[in-house]
Each structure stands twice: as structure tokens, then as C-alpha cells.
Design a protein around this ligand. Sequence first.
Ligand SMILES: [Zn+2]
Length: 127
Amino acid sequence: MAPLTFTKCFDPDGARFGIPTYPWRLAPEGLATRRQLRAEGLRPGGQPIAAQLLRPRFRREPLVAYLYRVDLAQPVRPMTSRKWGALALAMLARRTCPQCSTDAGYVIPASLGMCVPCAYPEEQRVA
Ligand SMILES: [Zn+2]
């Protein structure tokens, strides 16, 4: 295979690669990678890949990043109330001291295995 040069990666009509292709870091306006969408709280939402970025590499296959249309992206699905409830219960369990069974107000440190007053009763009394 002939080495892929930077200019060969510029194929906005997809004549060479089948889908619109741009050199790395030269993505057109309105297109974003999955990672870039995620940073904006978006997801591709089932849309097909709109274009790809190619970065030639010496004697290796080029790096490929797929681009999606930002205008077709959808917001990341918010957590359901059931998920929130399960998370709250899990957090409460992690905050509850197994020694005195009270909500410590913070996650019980794994190194102590109990809340701080239970782990250091003497020092609490002095303080
Ligand atoms: Zn305790």
C-alpha cells in the first residue's frame, strides 16, 4: 500500500474512502467525535458515522476517528429516579458505620472500617 500522506487524507466527498474524510485536527464545523460529544453532554443517538478523521502514521495503519453530526446528537440519557434511589441507598450504606450504625455523614474510610469517633474514641474525648 502506498504511504498515506496528509493531503490524501483530505477527501470531503468520500471519493477515495467512501465516506467524507479529513486530516486529523481539521474536522469541519458541526462534526465531533464521540468523545467530544460526550464532553458536551451529548451522544451520537443512533445516527450513522458522518465522516472520519485520518492521521497517517509511519509504516503503520492510519489512526481513524469517527465523526458525528452535532445537530443530530442527543442529550445523554438522564439517570432515572430508580437509579438515583439505588445510588442514594448505596451511598448511605457506605456512610453508615458498622460499629455504631449511625450515618457518619461521610463515606466510612476503608482503612478504618468504621467512623472516626469509633476508631479513635480516646482522641475524641480529649478533643
Ligand atoms: Zn461509629
